[in-house]
Ligand binder design. Structure first.
Ligand code: GN1
Ligand code: MG
Length: 357
């Protein structure tokens, strides 16, 4: 028996564990799928406490919103599932192992899967609709009831400040690709402040609604859940819709082999937006609509900035599979940003059409 089995048993209420297998491809936490002797499954995760410095806050938030979401889903008879927290043997909703690692378990969404990239336009609409549904289900939670699980998350000016700090200390001679990234950032300094300076209202948000966090039912093809709830906290709904569209509209994905070929697909972008607005129109305001285009452009730029900074810092935040991984990821997001910029008029037009539909 290895350590992972012993840890999984903490959450298994005495059932025999038959398998613990790596699951998904998260960039921060380590995720495993645990199977017991009756073929029941649950998800076991080691929270990266270098990133989430107060992981108890994540569990505190999960307690607050999961119950709320379940009640609303029942009342509104929605086809929607939200992962539940599985308590550890001692009754806590986490387990700290002897070496200080922070573990938690959540229920597995049955009969569903996620995809790393959009498979067709119906899938794109489902991804947008999942984000709208989730935001709607938590929209009536007071933001004061949610703790800040990750300070500064999605505040682009703070990422820029951190980049300046790291860049100033970086001593290696820049390669042509690094020079390109540095110039790309320089050209968008003012832009980095647009959303934070817009005076928008904070609401409960998901924080990480990328394509592979949306669970699609195996038979119906309908989105039935959105997972990865660690960054549900107060924020701007724009971070969410911007992130969702930047993630879905890039058909080659975040790990595209050749970053120069990366582009924004306008049909996918519009389909995500349509799916989203069908749910979100009920709670969005005119001021919110004004900044939708900015959010798509900004979230792609911001993620590129975050990857690039981490590359310069020596890969201390995102897990990497090879030495230049964070640089490649950054170049992909910057190329996507450039393509989003080239499609500005069309995207703005599609937003107008989607709103009036
Ligand atoms: C991280 O760990 P993962 O893959 O769920 C990151 C997101 C990024 C994403 C890019 C807490 O999410 O903000 O958009 O990588 N999460 C955190 O793939 O920083
Ligand atoms: Mg995540």
């Amino acid at each position: 028996m290895n350590n992972l089995n012993v840890i999984a048993e903490q959450f298994a209420s005495g059932r025999t564990i038959t398998e613990v297998a790596e699951f998904g491809n998260g960039n921060i936490n380590d995720t495993y799928i645990v199977t017991d002797a009756t073929q029941e499954k649950f998800v076991l995760q080691r929270i990266n406490t270098h990133v989430f410095k107060q992981p108890q806050r994540i569990m505190q938030n999960m307690r607050a919103f999961t119950e709320h979401v379940h009640q609303r889903v029942q009342k509104e008879s929605r086809m929607w599932q939200s992962p539940r927290v599985i308590p550890a043997q001692d009754g806590n909703d986490f387990f700290i192992d002897p070496t200080g690692n922070f573990w938690r378990a959540i229920s597995f969404i049955q009969n569903a899967r996620s995809y790393d990239t959009i498979t067709n336009l119906a899938h794109a609409r489902e991804v947008g609709s999942a984000l709208g549904t989730f935001q709607s289900l938590i929209s009536d939670l007071p933001i004061a009831s949610l703790a800040d699980t990750l300070e500064g998350f999605h505040i682009t000016p703070l990422y820029l400040k951190h980049y300046d700090h790291v860049h100033a200390r970086h001593k290696r001679t820049p390669s042509p690709e690094v020079k390109h990234a540095i110039q790309f950032i320089e050209d968008r300094r003012t832009f980095a402040f647009t959303l934070e300076n817009a005076g928008l209202t904070q609401r409960p948000i998901h924080g990480d609604p990328k394509v592979n966090n949306v669970m699609v039912h195996n038979e119906t093809g309908k989105a039935i859940s959105i997972v990865d709830l660690d960054t549900v906290k107060p924020g701007l709904v724009h971070y969410d819709i911007g992130d969702c569209i930047r993630s879905g509209s890039n058909p080659f994905g975040e790990d595209a082999e050749n970053w120069e070929t990366v582009h924004y697909n306008p049909e996918i972008g519009s389909a995500i937006l349509e799916g989203y607005l069908a749910e979100a129109q009920a709670f969005l305001t005119a001021a919110d609509y004004e900044h939708l285009f900015t959010s798509v452009r900004l979230l792609a730029f911001e993620l590129g900035l975050r990857f690039f900074t981490d590359y310069l810092a020596g890969d201390v935040y995102f897990k990497v599979k090879y030495p230049e991984h964070n640089l490649q990821r950054a170049l992909v997001q910057f190329q996507l940003t450039r393509s989003i910029e080239a499609h500005e008029a069309e995207i703005r037009n599609n937003i107008k059409k989607a709103i009036s539909a």
